[in-house]
Design a protein around this ligand. Structure first.
Ligand code: CUA
Length: 307
């Protein structure tokens, strides 16, 4: 995690500092005007208080100069905020043409990433430092929102439509990704990390992802990024049933039917979860049909290896 200040999270991209500068400008202008109005009010309350029963208000005439000031000064301030904000808005929405592009899919309740090199991961997003990165985002189900406070970027992620954000991380480090649009039971657990690494480490990481892992290791990786929000492996109950205690046992489903938990049962539960909902649990799991055949095989091997 980066160093977060008392007032704002660390500013970790090339544009984050500029977003903060505009924020502080609006904040301090508002503070000064607020203080001036309150102080003037207190002064007038005391100065023009009623001193006796016979006290009469002196006739009040408008001051053209004063009126001009309180029309012109706020107008200028508002125009400064508008042009400054508009310029920043355009910059935040125009990814440089040489950006490294990553496809992001929001999904109950994880983030999936597809890299140009053919790498498909979920949970944590690896990006190279000092290089503009553009995320092309969509949702597999409901509305989500991609939010990295330390990058000052937040963008809704929608089904059937693409949205995008871009950033250029200035330092190597890790930053939390939040889902900031309520998207169901495990919305608050829909977290990830942006892991900013050097160009060399990034190239090495891509290569590592492309290597064939043994099935149980691949399965463990998929479990950690895709399943761990809802399924424990220590026998405890989360949104879904634990994954470590059922292999080979009799599973009873909410429709009264049952089966012995074998490889095919695990596979079916991943790809078509609503067909066999374990008794006592809600049918909350979406189908994980975007997993590759290897990833499904890996998960089956991993779940079988659990005790
Ligand atoms: Cu996804 Cu909240």
């Amino acid at each position: 995690m980066g160093e977060n200040g008392f007032w704002l999270p660390e500013a970790s991209t090339t544009l984050a500092g500029e977003v903060d500068a505009l924020f502080w400008f609006v904040f301090w202008v508002s503070t000064v005007i607020f203080a001036a109005v309150v102080l003037a009010k207190l002064y007038f309350v005391v100065k023009y208080r009623r001193r006796s029963e016979k006290d009469v208000t002196t006739p009040v005439h408008e001051s053209k100069a004063l009126e001009a000031i309180w029309i012109v000064v706020p107008t200028i301030l508002v125009l400064i905020v508008f042009t400054w904000g508009f310029d920043l808005f355009v910059q935040l929405n125009s990814a440089p043409p040489d950006s490294y592009q990553i496809t992001v899919r929001g999904k109950q309740w994880t983030w999936e990433y597809e890299y140009a090199e053919g790498v498909l991961t979920a949970g944590d997003l690896y990006v190279p430092v000092g290089r503009p990165v553009k995320l092309n985002m969509s949702s597999a189900d409901v509305l989500h929102s991609f939010f990295v406070p330390e990058f000052r970027i937040k963008q809704d992620v929608l089904p059937n439509r693409y949205t995008s954000v871009w950033f250029k991380a200035e330092n190597v480090g890790e930053h939390t990704i939040y889902c900031t649009e309520y998207c169901g039971t495990a919305h608050s657990g829909m977290l990830g990390k942006v892991v900013v690494v050097s160009e060399e480490d990034f190239a090495a990481w891509i290569q590592e992802q492309n290597q064939d892992l043994p099935p149980t290791e691949l399965g463990q990786q998929v479990y950690k990024t895709q399943c761990a929000v809802c399924h424990a492996i220590d026998g405890s109950r989360k949104i879904g049933p634990p994954l470590n205690v059922f292999y080979g046992t009799e599973r009873v489903f909410s429709d009264g039917s049952s089966t012995t938990a074998d490889d095919s049962y695990i596979r079916n539960s991943i790809l078509n979860p609503s067909s066999q909902v374990v008794e006592g649990y809600a049918p909350a799991m979406p189908p994980f049909s975007a997993l590759s055949a290897q990833q499904v095989d890996g998960l089956v091997a991993y779940i079988k290896s659990l005790e």
